[in-house]
Design a protein around this ligand. Structure first.
Ligand code: UTP
Length: 294
């Protein structure tokens, strides 16, 4: 097991996004905008805040636009420069990843999240890495991944972020079993179950889409049989890895929006818009009136 700084983050973006059809027929769900930034930018920002230096995207067919988004757009930038649009230029420059700090690899078939992660094995190499599911965007003072990296510096091993859900919703998620406390914000994970039958969940702590994993997960994923939904499941591989390595939960307490679902996507837009003073002043009154009218 390797420890030390978490330098690389994997972003699996090869899913089909069927919950967002017909939009996702032409636009990857990761490129749909929350206020004025694509969803993927929020997740990359969260990783950057946590000290991540290299961003690995596992893409699929029809996702080239993501690669273009993280590149310079010469014509646009030249036009902005000619028109003295310095504020807009600064935004583009600030968000541009450093040259050489991104990698893109293709998952040729959407065989599941576990398979998508395995596709990043050569780029990640033999070091622990962060994994962020781009559907889930977070809103909190300290980013979720930053909290996880800080916890990992204390406990090492594997770290999985969890949040509490209402007991009647536990059957929708991957749920962890709770062991002894680790530091202020963590606890040992003693078991994991994907979508437990109602009433059988070992706790109400669900996995929210953020992980720090040891590279041994790749060996397990390589031989992983298909699980639920006939897909190669990350949870199954983590359960195997748990037989030989520690897993610690990071109890994240901020807001999370599942932008892969319609309600989560709309709520993310409302929440991030209300948090921007320039936009809040424009929409607050109308939003209230709309809720009362419709
Ligand atoms: P989801 O379960 O949200 O699946 O995947 P999906 O296909 O993207 O969306 P729906 O359910 O059809 O609407 C969780 C994450 O895993 C990635 C997705 O891109 C998403 O970030 N994923 C999933 C892959 O990269 N490859 C896969 O084969 C499956």
């Amino acid at each position: 097991m390797a420890n030390g700084k978490i330098r690389k983050a994997v972003f699996p973006v090869a899913g089909l996004g069927t919950r967002f059809l017909p939009a996702t027929k032409a636009v990857p769900k990761e490129m749909m905008t929350v206020v004025d930034k694509p969803v993927i930018q929020y997740v990359v920002d969260e990783a950057s805040e946590a000290g991540i230096e290299h961003f690995v995207f596992v893409t699929g067919r029809g996702k080239q636009i993501i690669e273009d988004y993280f590149d310079i757009q010469y014509e646009l930038e030249a036009t902005l420069r000619a028109r003295n649009k310095t504020a807009e230029l600064t935004i583009l420059e600030t968000l541009l990843p450093k040259a050489g700090s991104t990698s893109f690899t293709r998952q040729q078939e959407p065989l599941g999240l576990g398979h998508a992660v395995w596709c990043a094995r050569d780029i990640v190499g033999n070091e622990p890495f962060a994994l962020l599911l781009p559907d889930m965007i977070m809103k909190s003072e300290k980013g979720c991944m930053k909290g996880m990296v800080d916890l990992h510096a204390i406990c090492g091993g594997n770290v999985v972020a969890v949040e509490e859900c209402a007991p009647e919703l536990a059957h929708r998620y991957g749920i962890v079993a709770r062991g002894e406390r680790v530091g202020e914000e963590g606890f040992r994970i003693t078991g994991m179950v994907e979508k437990p039958a109602p009433g059988t969940q070992p706790s109400n702590f669900f996995i929210n889409g953020r992980y720090i994993l040891q590279p041994e997960i790749f060996k397990i994923l390589e031989t992983q049989e298909r699980g639920a939904g006939n897909e190669i499941q990350l949870t199954d591989a983590m359960l195997k890895l748990m037989e030989s390595q520690d897993f610690t939960a990071y109890h994240y307490k901020g807001m999370t929006f599942d932008t892969g679902a319609k309600d989560g996507f709309i709520m993310a837009n409302v929440a991030f818009a209300l948090d921007r003073p320039d936009i809040r002043s424009l929409i607050e009154k109308d939003l209230k009136a709309l809720v009362d009218t419709l």
